[in-house]
Design a protein around this ligand. Sequence first.
Ligand code: KG4
Ligand code: ZN
Length: 353
Amino acid sequence: MPTVLALETSCDESAAAIVRDQTVLASAVASQVEEHARWGGVVPEIASRRHVEALPQLIAQVCHASGLGPGDLDGIAATAAPGLVGALLVASVTGRTLARLHGKPFLGVHHLEGHLCSVQLGDPLPPGPYLVLLVSGGHTELLRVDGPGVYSRLGRSHDDAAGEAFDKVARLLQLGYPGGPAIEQAAQGGDPGRFVLPKGRVSKPEGGYYPYDFSFSGLKTAMLRQVRALEQLLGSNNLPVADLAASFEQVVVEVLVERSCACAKQQGLETLVLVGGVAANKRLRRLLEERCHRDGLNWRVAPLPYCTDNAAMIGVAAAQRLSAGLQSSMELAVAPRLPLEEASRLYQAQACF
Ligand code: KG4
Ligand code: ZN
């Protein structure tokens, strides 16, 4: 049961955690959301600076809360890919320096492997392979998991990620950043059936559609057209924001749930897992539970505090790799775009980048 200090700074949350296997001993997150909200999205330069300021305090905080120090640790982990390069560097340099100073193994973790592992912080998973719907600000993917580190991608978005679509539509409706929680709140009491919106499909060159892929750009354009038409009709101060937000949220959730359940059934997988920032959405959690129940699928979702970015999920992924006898090179740098299928490259004796 390895005990790991994990650091996460890949985007706009600075985070540190100490986990023992799949148990969180301490976890702390410093969000920069308010600062980026002024600009309507993440400003990379500001993100890096805030990580530099926040990370030392967060590390001190989790050591104090858990009552553990460097001598109690079996490894030190940091997110190494993917993400904003300047932001990733903060946790990477900090983690490698601490590992070298204290003579501990260093583990460079793939951020999406962290999201996949976040479900292990909840109820135990049933045995066997399973399908994961990973929905965050940067990714919308359907991944088959056949064991730790054994992933195959069965579906993906060809344009915006689901979280990105929430963020852009929230900006259109002037609801603020991040868009997901803002749309969820605005949609309360709204009529999800009032506006008919497209369930974007991705065409195959030879005809037909990719059944498990996603496209949210047409939906975004349809929302823009709808809003402009309503502004002409009612004036920009009288938009039916609750109905617009609810209709948008409903169509995104339906698309995600329908394609995930169909994919699980086609693959003969009995368990469907939901992770990533958008997994915090209550309508999505509710509909997925209903459909899985109807289709006889097991379902698991990451606990709410571990859906959006955090370091505990990075620690679980690192503890799993460490238990398998793996560690990263102390020279490992960061990679802004490494695909999840290549996560094992992070544990080669010679740094791969
Ligand atoms: O996983 P995450 O924290 O960061 C990335 O790795 O991208 O996901 C952030 C995304 C944002 O786009 C945010 O709008 C979305 O997750 N999100 C939500 C909700 N909470 C966060 N989307 C829908 N409903 C929510 N309640
Ligand atoms: Zn994330």
